[in-house]
Design a binder for this molecule. Structure first.
Ligand SMILES: Nc1ncnc2c1ncn2[C@@H]1O[C@H](COP(=O)(O)OP(=O)(O)OP(=O)(O)O)[C@@H](O)[C@H]1O
Ligand SMILES: [Mg+2]
Length: 681
């Protein structure tokens, strides 16, 4: 048979040759007659021929990726021959547990290594699932009756349970809450040697048995199984299992291998893989919980951090506090059920920078928690704030070590005068124990020193001073600090007096709005004082014991404003360094990366932030970011061209291109554009 075909072929070829030579001869003749005219045509013909040869030899995608051959003669594996031989074995799922959990069901298979997995899902119509289930229920019931008659109590109970389950399923399908599916799972393993293939098969089998899934090689069906596992949607192995809708959902791969954490809040999408990026700000895998967000104006920094805050409040119960320089976090506070505090010359809100709180500290030896009052630290913090205030908006160079010394001394004296010592009880009013018992009204706090009371002390000390070296500094302070004192109607007296509110625990979002303060000096000063106050009243209260501690976040938006003030920078650094111990995440958000880069003192903030989010950058600044964070050319280039809400997320060592897409509902409270907000109203 084959030979006959061949002979015919040869005949055919001869015929073809004959026609060709005939044609050629005729062609030659005509060329002789109309030489010049036909020349062009002949050339064109030649070109056409060229093209068809090129086309003929062009390789398709298949030619490029196909191996030399596949040997499918073995019963339990395939041999793929290319430059090296690779072995493939397909396995199918033979047995399954009765229930499966999300998202673990096939995870060990998907992440096993060099494997391909196909899952075929076919819905079963309501009609046939109802009929089948009814039939099955009848069978189970008759078996149960037999078991009951035999007195086999255990079996009877088991069958009764099965019947109830089947009935439940039938009813939920009838009600439209559930549905049945038929599904088969095929997995192909690859290895470079047969021994390795056997080993991998055994390993996969052990791995899957942990979740009670039994696998079997597709014995004598390797070729069909291999083809079924190709992306042709052609299932040739009909070994199916029945799933209901809930268990079917557990089959979808939900893995996040590149960046982020297994649990956490959805922060955005990975632009390269399309997968959601889950981010857990307090994950154990992070060295610290701090975060920096850099980007040019309008890049979407505030929107990104608001999205993060809102989602982590709702989904993970993380409490946040914002130092709001632009007055844009009020709506977030409202939406999350928090509080919004406005600090301005006209509001009656007072924040007392002298407030001191006990600090919970864990005893190294006994492991017990103990409250302590660290007055020395507090004196230092207050001194720093007062020094900044004394320097004023002109950042006067008249303020030096001597001035600082005067301030520190008088601050310490203030606490002494109020009898506040390292004893925790010293912040409460002493009472007559005989009249009031322990539970009566609780303990009452003492009044704290204030800038006003401190200023009075300063006046007295200035008068008493006989040392000529100090004379100038006293008179400078007396003059300059007056503007912060309420009694003299100071312009910036909002820090003088007893605090009018408390930073309570269990509030989802506290916003301290300082946007109404004058921008050049009053606002950064308020940022610094508030930072110190927040440390005292919000952070220090948190336990050092991770089990007991709440998860808290402190947001400092527009942080570049702080940079010209050394005391403020110092405080930011300290906070960044000490935050982790108190289970607090400091989030620093800023434009002007260059300013951070050039300031040596603020490097701690950068180095102690394990999470970094870079949104769109100005060309002038990208060089610095590239250098500090060792970005590739591609990454750096991306950051100068990306759109709003897009950027580079670095979590520890991992990097991903992220797109943050807040929902419409979220935009109702995270929008920063005042025109947009007005439009919505
Ligand atoms: N992911 C996003 N998707 C869509 N629009 C966004 C996104 N992020 C920000 N925007 C829009 O871009 C504008 C600016 O955003 P945003 O206020 O967050 O910028 P910013 O980086 O904080 O700027 P600035 O440094 O000036 O404070 C807003 O109007 C906001 O609605
Ligand atoms: Mg902003």
């Amino acid at each position: 048979m084959q030979r006959r075909f061949k002979e015919q072929d040869v005949e055919g070829q001869k015929l073809l040759n004959r026609i060709n030579t005939k044609d050629l001869k005729r062609g030659e003749r005509s060329m002789g007659l109309f030489n010049t005219k036909k020349n062009k045509e002949a050339k064109m013909e030649e070109k056409k021929d060229d093209k068809s040869i090129l086309l003929k030899n062009k390789k398709s995608l298949k030619d490029i990726i196909a191996p030399a051959g596949v040997d499918a003669t073995h019963t339990n594996h395939l041999e793929i021959s290319a430059s090296t031989t690779k072995y493939a074995r397909s396995v199918i799922i033979a047995t399954m547990p009765r229930m499966c959990t999300f998202p673990e069901f096939l995870r060990s298979m998907y992440t096993f290594g060099d494997v391909n997995v196909s899952v075929f899902i076919k819905p079963i119509t309501e009609n046939s699932s109802q009929t089948d289930l009814n039939k099955r229920i009848n069978e189970i019931e008759s078996e149960r009756i037999v078991a009951a008659e035999r007195g086999d109590i255990n079996r009877e109970r088991l069958l009764a349970q099965k019947r109830a389950e089947a009935e439940d399923l039938r009813d939920s399908i009838a009600g439209g809450f559930n549905k049945l599916y038929e599904s088969s799972v095929i997995c192909t393993l690859f290895a470079y040697s047969l021994e390795d293939l056997d080993k991998q098969t055994e390993l996969l089998s052990t791995e899957m048995s942990k979740t009670m899934i039994g696998i079997k090689p597709a014995w004598a069906m390797q070729e069909d199984a291999f083809n079924s596992n190709m992306p042709y949607v052609d299932n040739r192995i009909h070994k199916a299992h029945t799933f209901d809708r809930n268990s079917m959902a557990t089959v979808f791969p939900f893995i996040n291998s590149d960046i982020g954490h297994p649990n956490g809040i959805p922060l955005g999408f990975n632009r390269q893989t399309g997968l959601p990026i889950l981010y857990d700000n307090f994950s154990k895998s992070l060295n610290n919980y701090n975060m920096v967000v850099f980007g040019k104006s309008g890049a979407g920094k505030s929107v990104a951090i608001k999205t993060l805050t809102a989602r982590s409040s709702v989904l993970m119960g993380i409490e946040s506090l914002a130092l709001d320089a632009e007055g844009e976090y009020g709506l977030v506070a409202e939406a999350l059920g928090g509080v919004n505090v406005v600090i301005s010359p006209s509001s009656s809100t007072i924040i007392n920078l002298f407030d001191i709180e006990p600090e919970l500290s864990k005893d190294e030896i006994t492991g017990k928690e103990r409250a302590v009052l660290n007055v020395e630290n507090k004196v230092e913090d207050v001194t720093q704030a007062l020094v900044t205030m004394a320097r004023g908006s002109t950042r006067s160079s008249e303020v030096n070590e001597l001035t600082k010394q005067i301030i520190a001394e008088s601050v310490a004296e203030e606490y002494e005068a109020y009898e506040i010592t390292s004893d925790v009880n010293s912040i409460y009013i002493k009472r007559n124990e005989k009249v009031l018992d322990e539970n009566y009204l609780g303990r009452q706090r003492k009044e704290m020193p204030t800038i006003g009371s401190w200023y009075k002390r300063l006046l007295v000390k200035a008068k008493e001073n006989r040392n000529p070296d100090y004379r100038f500094h006293y008179s400078y302070l007396v003059k300059v600090m007056r503007q912060y004192v309420r009694e003299y109607n100071g312009q910036m007296a909002y820090f003088d007096g007893q605090s009018t509110f408390e930073l309570l625990d269990d509030i989802p979002f506290i916003n301290l709005d300082i946007s109404q303060l004058e921008e050049r000096f009053a606002r950064p000063l308020a940022q610094q004082i508030l930072l110190s106050w927040v440390w005292e009243k919000y952070v220090k209260k948190n336990s050092e014991d991770k089990e007991k501690a709440a998860k808290k976040r402190v947001l400092v938006d527009e942080a570049w404003m702080l940079l010209p003030y050394p005391e403020a920078v110092d405080f930011l650094n300290t906070m960044a360094r000490r935050a982790r111990k108190r289970n607090v995440s400091l989030a620093v958000i800023s434009q002007k990366f260059q300013d951070f880069y050039e300031k040596q003192e603020v490097q701690v903030v950068l180095t102690s932030s394990d999470t970094k989010l870079f949104l769109a950058q100005d060309k002038s600044e990208i060089q610095y970011i590239k250098e500090v964070f060792k970005l590739s050319d591609g990454e750096a280039n991306f950051l100068t061209t990306c759109t709003r809400g897009e950027g580079l997320l670095k979590v520890g060592e991992d990097t991903a291109i992220i797109a943050i897409n807040p929902t419409k509902k979220e935009f109702e409270f995270i929008e920063t554009n005042m025109n947009e907000i007005a439009k919505r109203k």
